[in-house]
Design a protein around this ligand. Structure first.
Ligand code: CA
Length: 509
């Protein structure tokens, strides 16, 4: 009888000291817009607090630089050609093991709020409340197991409200909890909440050094893309500059009116008060050429950073909840983004390219008793490492197929001798922004990129050329580096069991 009672109690709560997990996964939040990564353009005090109290990974990379594939890789610990999500059009097979299903099976209570973007319904979560597709900034629809409803307010605030409401119940569940709070912000089209409309008013945000770069040394892909601030931003949709009455709308501007119509009267008034004078100034200035590009950069970056400010506030609210409810000491807190973003580097917005502004992602971990406060790790991490890390922390099984590795030794200041010295990257989506399929390998210093449809290669030395504007692939002075990086690419292809990229690109085209 005693044995039975003990067994029952172990099953209900097998290890009461197991840590809770709060995983913040934002959308398109570049390291260049995080204080802890040395931002020159904004402040993120709440995210920085996680860094001050934990570990910051300086070389964390995505596996594929768009939303759905990176999210699927975070969830499954394997690359997209294994989990079935290689582009944003694929639907996630929820029957496969994920961070949520594995921790749920191990006794965690689990929740997911915000941007999901994997088409199929979330699995492994006791509670989920998600944005259909990309979601909206104002009056967003949310979908849960009961159906879809429209929620008044701004998406960043609502997502944090849902997270905190769930934490209120989870803390009394008698189980350790996993919360994923996936903010939609700061994803395009960067529509900040009213309280941030006037942030950076009258300021000039520093430009990246490569804002006006002409891609002269780069390959065909960099010269045929459609993600230039100068030429591929839409005045209304992206830059919030209203068209004159009767102007025919093209491209994404056709969707802009619907976005604004979701605002209530007070929100519309606040928006008009903030953006109306800016738009009047723009109309009067009649800018052209580089002056116009610089102006567009300012409009774009300020709205992006206003959305980041909202994300940072939302992180602060959850951290405060953990403090106020005596949960912080036994909760792992992770801040990450699905990938980075071009904030004007190379003249671009968006992501996709295997260059650092998009490839690198913020990864910051506060883990009481494990991560040393204020420490930094330069070993190479990737989105596929989160599943093995969190499953090991929670006492859950790590499936054999998992390709990532447990980050815990790095957090404890010990780099295993056999830790990876390179990551494999692969992008196959073709369509929006016209970025050709590519694969590549990134080490601590070099990036080698293969463009199969153009039969071209690019090689960058991040130490001497941190802005990646100088392709040295065919420079005889770097012949040895070129040879070694081609070997490194073949090694990561083999190690991560990557299908042949020439065939994949040909099929995608
Ligand atoms: Ca994204």
């Amino acid at each position: 009888m005693l044995i039975l009672t003990l067994a029952t109690s172990l099953m209900v709560n097998p290890s009461p000291e197991r840590p809770n997990i709060v995983f913040f996964l934002s959308d398109d939040h570049a390291c260049a817009a995080v204080g802890a990564y040395g931002s020159r353009i904004n402040e993120t005090p709440n995210i920085d607090r996680i860094a001050t109290e934990g570990t910051t990974f300086d070389r964390a990379f995505c596996s594929n630089g768009i939303c759905a594939p990176s999210r699927a890789a975070f969830l499954t610990g394997v690359h997209g050609y294994i989990n079935g999500v290689e582009d944003n059009g694929n639907s996630f097979d929820g029957a496969q093991p994920t961070i949520a299903t594995l921790l749920h099976d191990a006794g965690y209570t689990t929740a997911m709020v915000g941007k999901w973007h994997l088409k199929s319904n979330p699995t492994g979560f006791d509670y989920w409340d998600i944005l259909p597709g990309q979601g909206h900034y104002y009056a967003p629809d949310f979908r849960n197991a009961q159906g879809t409803r429209r929620v008044q307010g701004h998406v960043t605030d609502i997502t944090a409200d849902l997270a905190i409401d769930w934490l209120e119940t989870a803390q009394d569940s008698g189980q350790p909890f996993l919360l994923m709070m996936n903010q939609k912000a700061p994803h395009r089209a960067w529509m900040p909440a009213p309280e941030h409309h006037h942030l950076f008013e009258g300021e000039t945000i520093p430009e990246p050094l490569s804002l006006l770069d002409d891609h002269a040394s780069r390959g065909t892909a960099a010269n045929e893309q459609e993600m230039e601030i100068a030429n591929h931003m839409w005045l209304w949709y992206d830059l919030k500059i209203d068209p004159d009455e009767g102007t025919p709308l093209t491209g994404p501007d056709r969707w802009a009116r619907g976005r604004y119509k979701r605002m209530n009267a007070a929100q519309t008034q606040a928006w008009t008060e903030a953006y109306g004078p800016r738009n009047a100034e723009f109309a009067a200035a009649e800018l052209e050429g580089d002056d116009l590009t610089r102006y567009k950069y300012q409009r774009y970056i300020k709205d992006y950073l206003r959305c980041v400010a909202g994300v940072d506030d939302s992180v602060g609210r959850v951290l405060e909840f953990l403090d106020d409810n005596n949960l912080a000491k036994n909760t792992i807190v992770i801040y990450a983004s699905d990938q980075g973003f071009f904030l004007g580097e190379q003249g671009w917005y968006d992501k996709r390219f295997m260059n650092d502004p998009a490839l690198r992602l913020p990864l910051i971990v506060r883990w009481p008793g494990v991560a040393t406060a204020g420490s930094r790790v330069d070993a190479i991490a990737q989105n596929i490492d989160l599943l093995p890390t969190l499953c090991a922390a929670g006492g859950a099984n790590v499936p054999d197929r998992v390709q990532g590795r447990d980050l815990r030794p790095l957090l404890e200041g010990n780099r295993p001798d056999d830790w990876r010295d390179a990551i494999y990257y692969r992008y196959v989506e073709q369509g929006v922004h016209n970025v050709a399929p590519h694969e590549g390998v990134r080490t601590d210093r070099y990036a080698l990129i293969h463009w199969p449809t153009h039969n071209e290669w690019e090689l960058f030395d991040l130490e001497t050329d941190p802005h990646e504007v100088c392709n040295i692939h065919d420079d005889p002075a770097f012949a040895d580096v070129q040879r070694r990086m081609h070997e490194a690419l073949q090694q990561v292809r083999d190690h991560y069991e990557a299908p042949d990229m020439n065939a994949t690109a040909a099929a995608a085209g």
